[in-house]
Design a protein around this ligand. Structure first.
Ligand code: SAH
Length: 353
């Protein structure tokens, strides 16, 4: 099998060039073509001799994602992309424009096996993990196609990033590399449903990324109804490891809390949540749940969201309500991919009749 060249670190590529009998500086040239100039073929790398380019083609795979669909929101300019991977799997990514810069939300897996009840990404389970190059490519293609500068990255698309730990870590180092796109780690957020041992491991990596923890409930009973992972780890254990993450990295934790009508959105829930996190260095992001076809969950009324927010604020907790982006273009996780898959399925079935 050929090596996936876009997933190699510069040091690894240098070692490889020396092994091939080439000069080490060739590695930097190739690396910059891939990660700064966002080249899509070895033939674009014009400061390399044809011979080296041919040797590279023989030895390596150069991963490039193919865009199959793009939707641009008429409301806020959010762009949603559907990409096809080498093996035919499709994944989605989103470009969001904010005052502070442009942010790309990437997928870390094709599908997901975490089973959160409100999430469309997990309905068909996990297909496979993405490689570091496939994660990078989502950002590279979007920045080329949209011609926008990408300053922020959130790993909040399809998949559980800590269920693909090694590849995600490698991705984080590559995307923040000064010889690559050099996106500041402080502008990168990794969102997890709470794989406690992996969070503990991540805290040791000496990264400056923000950890977002999908909490979604004020107690274990409600959390277990929404997220299977809550049967594995209690809220207490989960918050303890978040404290550890803060101690080690000094990065403020961000809690995600999707409000679902009648389920986790009552004032008593806000009080209970406040009690648990009041002494933590954290921020709470309230998300009106994005209803998916397959489930009956409804959004909390705006006035009630505000009431929930006030309770937290009265306890001195930082809270924001996430602005809904791309409402008109299937904004919620996994919806575009799911729609595409069922259209493909429909097409296949109708052609079989
Ligand atoms: N697996 C990771 C990252 C992907 S999901 C995680 O669980 O954090 C990114 C965020 O969107 C998570 O907080 C997830 O719980 C939330 N989410 C998923 N589907 C949603 C929906 N339909 N409405 C609101 N939030 C949703």
């Amino acid at each position: 099998m050929k090596k996936d060249i876009k997933s190699l670190s510069l040091a690894e590529l240098e070692a490889d060039m020396i092994e091939m009998g080439e000069k080490a500086f060739r590695a930097k040239q190739i690396y910059q073509w891939m990660h700064q100039k966002l080249a899509t073929s070895f033939d674009e790398m014009t400061n390399l001799s044809k011979e080296i380019r041919n040797r590279c083609k023989e030895r390596y795979d150069l991963t490039v994602l193919e865009m199959v669909e793009r939707k641009v929101s008429a409301i806020d300019g959010t762009q949603k992309y559907l990409f096809r991977l080498e093996d035919g799997n499709v994944i989605e990514s989103v470009l969001m424009k904010y005052q502070h810069g442009n942010s790309v939300c990437i997928s870390s897996q094709a599908g997901c096996r975490m089973g959160c009840r409100f999430c469309a990404s997990t309905l068909d389970g996990l297909e496979r993990c993405l490689t570091p190059s496939e994660m990078l490519e989502q950002i590279y293609r979007i920045s080329q196609i949209s011609k926008e500068r990408v300053s922020h990255v959130v790993i909040m698309g399809t998949g559980e990033p800590l269920d693909n730990y090694d590849s995600v870590l490698r991705f984080l180092l590559l995307i923040s590399d000064p010889y690559g796109l050099h996106i500041s780690q402080r502008n990168i957020t990794l969102s997890t449903c709470g794989l406690v041992p992996k969070i503990r491991k991540l805290a040791e990596e000496q990264l400056q990324i923000t950890l977002a923890l999908s909490l979604h409930a004020p107690n274990d009973e409600i959390r277990r109804k929404l997220m299977p992972i809550a049967n594995r780890y209690s809220i207490e254990e989960t918050l303890a490891v978040c404290r550890e993450y803060f101690e080690k990295t000094k990065r403020r934790i961000s809690f995600e809390y999707s409000l679902i009508q009648g389920l986790n959105d009552q004032e008593e829930h806000a009080h209970c949540l406040a009690k648990k996190i009041v002494h933590m260095n954290c921020h709470v992001n309230l998300i009106p749940v994005n209803p998916i076809q397959e489930r009956e969950y409804r959004q909390t009324e705006r006035a009630e969201i505000d009431r929930f927010k006030k309770v937290l604020e009265k306890n001195g907790i930082n809270v924001t309500i996430r602005r809904e982006m791309g409402r008109d273009i299937q904004g919620a996780c996994g919806q575009l991919r799911k729609g595409y898959q069922s259209r493909q399925k429909g097409r296949k079935e109708s052609s079989e009749i």
